[in-house]
Design a protein around this ligand. Sequence first.
Ligand code: GLU
Length: 371
Amino acid sequence: MLRVRFAPSPTGFLHIGGARTYIFNWLFVRQQGGTMVLRIDDTDLERNTAASRQSIFDGLGWLDLPWDELYSQSERAPLHRQAAQAILDKGLAYRDFTPAAVEPAVGHEESGERRTGAPWLSNPGQREIPPAESNRRAAAGEPFVVRFRVPRETLAEVRFDDGVYGPQARSTGDIEDFALARSDGSPTYHLGSCADDADLRISHIIRGQDHLTNTFKHLLIFDALGVPRPQLAHLPLLLAPDGAKLSKRRHGKVVSVTAYRDAGFLPHAFVNFLALLGWSPKDNREVLTRAEMIELFSLAGISRNNAMVSYKEEEPENWADPKALHLNSQHLRTMPVEDLLPYVEAELRASGLWNDAYSGERRAWFTSTVD
Ligand code: GLU
């Protein structure tokens, strides 16, 4: 059974890169037949906001590509704790009692380097603490971080075949003993994500290329949990015209899905635009309906090159990519007039020009006039 997920963190408005990840997952699962899971990765209590969570629902709701199942990671803490315990019990993780002051940053941005910048794989002496002593110190209330015991004795390669980037390999000698759980018991992104992907029986993980290096750690976690590895495919990044990764912080409005909604884009034209950022059908057609995108979509059609979103920040009329505007006008011209009427109605209402007769006795006139 094919199951995919989109797992946004509610820490800002819905990013167009996130929306594109959602669209690729959605097209893939609708074509192949399966289940689309939306999982809100809301374990970072300090950075989560209700407004951001709402913007995910508003943005995805506007795209009109419905998901089948919805979960919030924060409600699944017992499962994450069990997963950490199961890996500890197998001896594949250990407690690290190094005082917090010298603890490297854990979580999403974990780099594997100490603050000095020197390569760092594990804190001295912690891997070797005998289980009985580790249990005793934990029971006595000493704080600890749970770390994955990355195999060091015989260096092996973690390998996988990426659905977009092809064969990937990384030596376990290059993977630090990453944290699974923080000293307050909360899961890191790596553990929460994998425990949930395993529990939700996710068969394919399709996500941004910025997660590719995390994947080696995730495969180690899946193996430690004793669950089958999902298939993985990473998506090329979206770049701004300055060549930088398109980011909420640096590039503002152009990155926000709801900005396009508020500017009057048609959702299916916008989906068409986002789908073409990094993917193209075999015949290179550009104006595509949703049904055509479902039919033509394939992971093989995704490019390994990062995709550029072009816009001119300093020119208000060019704030959006010209291709988005072009596709929008093509869809406006070709969509059935019945589908167009609600948009025209919304515009007329907003301008105070709407007359209820247009949906009553003058409907035929209104329709032919709009046409
Ligand atoms: N919450 C993570 C993010 O927003 C999910 C990444 C993933 O798909 O695993 O980056």
